[in-house]
Unconditional design. Structure first.
Length: 265
């Protein structure tokens, strides 16, 4: 029986992917934020905070004792801290990076020996925000840009071990991340971003209620787990790949401007 460790199965993409893999006969361990989130689910749930070294060690021991190898690690747990740089606190920025980057990197690091045993796959749930930055999402952008870069390095490091790495880059899909997105405790403390805060509130409401159904994204993640021919990056959602292509063109244009400027000195 194949197995998967999935973080963030309390709701959203993580929960749906856990259910889908379980239905396919996989043995699944999923992390949850509250005990109540595990009531009635058919896979094994573990109450854990991926920023806690103690909790990560406990997960590692469970996986070793239960399986001894790992077929899939799906780094799905994440938060979206909103607010402009100027109104975010040290703790808010640190927590954003701790959950979305450091916790994910630490879990990969401790899981690699078992992933090698299973010739497994590491699925990193990133975002189109790992390529395209937007005002009010600077901390979130920082976390996803970092996860993308770290995953590129990881790909080179583990390729010879038979371990795959896939980065999932969803656009807007209807999950609970918008409902749980923490807003800066210093919200509008500078009185400089009122219009942006209003626009953000409208977007969060839309995202949690009217954005596209996540089924297509769930299918793509399951395919990435089960199909060894999956490319390194999967940009999922209407217009997402084109938006990333346009961003790549902007970078090329910026490099042309850089060359021109330096050549003029």
């Amino acid at each position: 029986m194949q197995n998967a460790l999935i973080t963030g199965t309390s709701s959203g993409l993580g929960r749906a992917v856990a259910q889908r893999l379980h239905d396919r006969g996989w043995d699944v361990i999923g992390t949850i934020r509250q005990e109540s989130h595990g009531v009635g689910v058919p896979w094994t749930c573990v109450l854990a905070d991926i920023t806690s070294p103690t909790d990560l060690a406990r997960i590692d021991q469970l996986v070793k004792e239960r399986w001894g190898k790992l077929d899939a690690l799906i780094n799905n747990a994440g938060i979206c801290q909103t607010g402009p740089w100027e109104e975010l606190s040290d703790d808010e920025i640190t927590h954003q990076l701790s959950v979305n980057v450091i916790g994910a990197m630490n879990l990969v690091r401790q899981s690699l020996p078992m992933l090698r045993q299973g010739s497994g796959v590491i699925i990193q749930i990133s975002s189109d925000s790992g390529h395209i930055a937007e005002a009010m999402f600077g901390a979130y952008n920082a976390s996803k840009f970092a996860l993308e870069g770290a995953s590129e390095a990881l790909l080179e490091e583990v390729a010879s071990d038979g371990v795959r790495v896939v980065v999932i880059e969803p656009g807007n899909f209807r999950t609970e991340i918008a409902l749980h997105s923490p807003q800066a405790k210093g919200k509008n403390s500078t009185q400089r971003y009122t219009a942006r805060w209003n626009k953000l509130d409208e977007w969060l409401t839309w995202h949690s209620s009217k954005s596209p159904d996540p089924e297509k994204c769930v299918e793509a993640i399951v395919a990435a787990v089960t199909n060894r021919e999956t490319p390194f990056r999967l940009a999922i959602g209407e217009g997402v790949s084109e938006s990333i292509r346009q961003r790549a063109k902007q970078i090329i244009s910026q490099m042309d401007a850089s060359d021109n400027f330096l050549n003029s000195l």
